[in-house]
Write a protein that binds this ligand. Structure first.
Ligand code: NAD
Ligand code: IPM
Ligand code: MN
Length: 361
């Protein structure tokens, strides 16, 4: 099968981890007889350096004409990088939000599960971990605070900044449907997370989610306030199956969920539009503190590539092979520094990628 994959290496550790994910995809092609044609696109800081803007029409068009997009991460250190001297709408993150909006990637799926082998890297106590956990965060990605009107003004020497959080029922309905459809294929439970005790947008969220739930009588729906959810994730993560939430809450909760899997370097993500077209990227950032050191964990990106195979290319067997290869390498004891514990074997970014690629069969 011949397919076109757009690659966005991005900034910081982005190029290092995308290189390893590509290595794994190349091995998939070799073993399963596919041909993937890659095209590298610029986004974020890399695009600013080349074109003066974090996102070009060319990147949007080329991403659109591919079968799927695999991305590293964008952004730099806000204190030291010149990108952050630019006005906010010209900074790397604006490019990421721009491409999400341009491709209408409203459904962000972030699965978090605990590998048996990574129990030692999980910061929770054994009795809290219990039998482990396997949850997926379904995060709305093109609305809410990220895309509301914002401004900073100054009057009588007093500065005021305003960000607006708005959702319409269509935006809520389509992401809720995604969550229920996913729950149907899992353990049939949706926890919708909001702040309905304070926010109007959350009260609308709750009532639209209830309306959608009426079409899914086999799925258990519970509502949870976001502050409680943040606590429950470290108190009893095993209670969750599908967590459905809005953009900002999903951003914060997914970093928290990643850490209970052992490391932020483990959490993959898929951002999909209504046709199933997707951009796949790790949930973590460009980690400027470790960029260029060869120690970043490439697993989140490799697992994102597995999601790309499954969701955008319909290659389930191949996706299974990638996920199995990751589990086998962990079972053999190889660990990048972020998930390292006593008695394990230290591996760098490249070695981890090679070990995983070698296990594809
Ligand atoms: P970050 O996720 O980049 O890093 C947080 C911490 O986690 C750092 O200590 C880092 O070293 C570590 N870490 C992250 N990924 C890792 C990996 N694969 N292996 C090992 N350790 C890893 O978050 P931050 O420092 O808050 O943000 C840095 C930059 O990344 C910012 O410019 C931010 O805007 C951007 N960012 C981009 C994305 C994205 O492209 N999707 C996501 C989050 C943050
Ligand atoms: C993420 C990131 C982005 C977000 C930033 C870089 C804009 O944190 O993908 O989780 O907040 O969505
Ligand atoms: Mn984030």
């Amino acid at each position: 099968m011949k397919r076109k994959i757009a690659l966005i290496p991005g900034d910081g550790i982005g190029p290092e981890i995308v290189k390893e994910a590509k290595k794994v995809l190349d091995k998939v092609c070799e073993v399963y007889g596919h041909e993937f044609v890659y095209e590298e696109l610029l986004l974020g800081g890399a695009s600013i350096d080349a074109h003066g803007v974090p996102l070009t029409q060319e990147t949007i068009e080329k991403a659109k004409s591919s079968d799927a997009v695999l991305m590293g991460s964008i952004g730099g250190d806000a204190k030291t990088s010149s990108w952050y001297q630019l006005e906010p709408s010209k900074r790397p993150e604006a490019g990421l939000l721009g491409i999400r909006k341009a491709l209408n990637l409203f459904a962000n799926l972030r699965p978090a599960y605990l590998y048996e082998e990574l129990k030692a890297a999980c910061p929770l106590k054994e009795e809290v971990i219990g039998d482990g956990f396997d949850l997926i965060i379904v995060r709305e990605l093109t609305g809410g605070l990220y895309f509301g009107e914002r401004r900073t003004t100054e009057e009588n020497g007093i500065r005021t900044a305003v960000d607006t959080l708005s959702y319409n029922e269509e935006e809520i309905r389509r992401i809720a449907i995604q969550a229920f459809e996913i729950a149907k294929k899992r353990r049939k439970k949706v926890t919708s997370v909001d702040k309905a005790n304070v926010l109007d947008s959350s009260r609308l969220w709750r009532s639209v989610v209830e309306e959608v739930a009426a079409d899914y009588p086999d799925i258990i729906l519970e509502h949870m306030l976001v502050d409680n959810c943040a606590m429950q994730l470290v108190h009893n993560p095993g209670q969750f199956d599908v967590i459905l939430t809005e953009n900002m809450f999903g951003d914060i909760l997914s970093d928290e969920a990643s850490m209970v899997t052992g490391s932020i370097g483990m959490l993959s993500s898929a951002s999909l539009n209504e046709t199933g077209f997707g951009l796949y990227e790790p949930s973590h950032g460009s980690a400027p503190d470790i960029a260029g050191k060869g120690i970043a964990n490439p697993i989140a990106t490799i697992l994102s590539a597995a999601m790309l195979l499954r969701f955008s290319l319909d290659l389930d067997k191949e996706a299974d092979a990638v996920e199995k290869a990751v589990a086998e390498v962990l079972k053999e004891g190889f660990r990048t520094p972020d998930i390292f514990s006593d008695g394990m074997k230290k591996a760098g970014t490249e070695e981890m990628g090679t070990l995983i690629a070698e296990k594809i069969r």
